[in-house]
Design a protein around this ligand. Structure first.
Ligand SMILES: Nc1ncnc2c1ncn2[C@@H]1O[C@H](COP(=O)(O)OP(=O)(O)O)[C@@H](O)[C@H]1O
Ligand SMILES: [Mg+2]
Length: 286
């Protein structure tokens, strides 16, 4: 079988691990992320999502267990630079990450630090701006961009490192609906182009775009995997999700409510489109 892009085995993480006030953040997480997957990770605050994200590219090293990226262990100091370029991280607030006054310089910053030579650097910046749809704004000051454009700029900065995988830690959390929509559409396009996407979110309506969903749950020993499956399978477990502090996305919640009132045609709908189609079919049949 092909080596997954990222693999964790019995990954546990404690903050302040070697002190007497260690804080357990992750407990015994084993998962494989195949190349090309769109994985959504959800869970209420404190369930370990950010800690897991930081373990996936070696920003944090496991207290116990292991993480491999393309077969290289994140404990291998010699592999770490390569691992961080392969698994690119996008954080929550793009404003805090802007360091330049020109869009194209902002995008060049990462690969420049990797030591990418000048000619190749231009190409990378061009490609990254093109793939997020910001080529026309390359000479602008990033601070003058809209929220959605800033978020896409942050993604371009990571894409310029030519990663195989993007890990987004609640990158849509601070965005208005329009900007959030722009980012989600971009993620779908990048995924369609072959990029592996790991999207951490607390918006349950974002999980329906994923190939697979992992739900984390906080326990006394740290965050653990509580549920895992396709969006449809995970969203079918409404009561378990509720116990984990997660609400169904609106369309799935309405479908569930209607199905409970005998409108069988809508059972299992998880997107607004599916819900509308099922209601239309129900009305036609009535
Ligand atoms: N820098 C830190 N120092 C100490 N404890 C932390 C730190 N960051 C997170 N934690 C703790 O680790 C646990 C998991 O947190 P986190 O990974 O941030 O979860 P999430 O991203 O799901 O909200 C929580 O109990 C949190 O309080
Ligand atoms: Mg977090």
């Amino acid at each position: 079988m092909d080596e997954p892009l990222i693999r964790t085995a019995h990954l546990s993480y404690h903050y302040d691990a070697d002190t007497d006030r260690a804080i357990p953040a992750l407990h015994d997480i084993s998962l494989a992320i195949p190349r090309g997957e769109y994985l959504a990770i959800v869970g209420r605050n404190g369930s370990g999502k950010s800690t897991l994200a930081r373990c996936l590219n070696g920003l944090l090293l496991p207290t116990a267990g292991d993480v491999w990226v393309e077969g290289a262990n994140t404990r291998d100091a010699a592999a770490l630079l390569g691992i961080r370029a392969t698994v690119g991280m996008v954080f929550q607030n793009p404003d805090n990450q802007i360091i330049s006054t020109v869009v194209e310089e902002e995008v060049a910053f990462g690969p420049e630090n990797l030591g990418v030579p000048r000619e190749a650097l231009h190409q990378r910046v061009d490609d990254a701006l093109q793939s997020v749809g910001l080529s026309a704004l390359r000479h602008r000051d990033p601070h003058t961009l809209s929220a959605g454009q800033k978020a896409r700029l942050a993604i371009a900065g990571v894409l310029a490192m030519r990663p195989a995988c993007l890990v987004l830690d609640e990158s849509t959390a601070m965005l208005d609906p329009q900007a959030r929509h722009e980012v989600l559409r971009l993620l779908r396009d990048l995924h369609a182009g072959g990029l592996t996407v790991v999207a951490i979110t607390h918006f349950m309506d974002e999980v329906v775009a994923a190939d697979r969903v992992i739900v984390l749950e906080a326990t006394d020993r740290g965050g653990r995997i509580a549920l895992e499956g396709t969006p449809r399978d995970v969203l079918a477990q409404a009561e378990t999700l509720e116990a984990l502090g997660l609400a169904l996305p609106p369309a799935a919640a309405i479908a569930r409510g209607l199905a409970a009132r005998g409108v069988d045609a809508v059972a299992g709908a998880i997107t607004p489109e599916e819900l509308v189609r099922a209601i239309a079919a129900h009305v036609r049949a009535a």
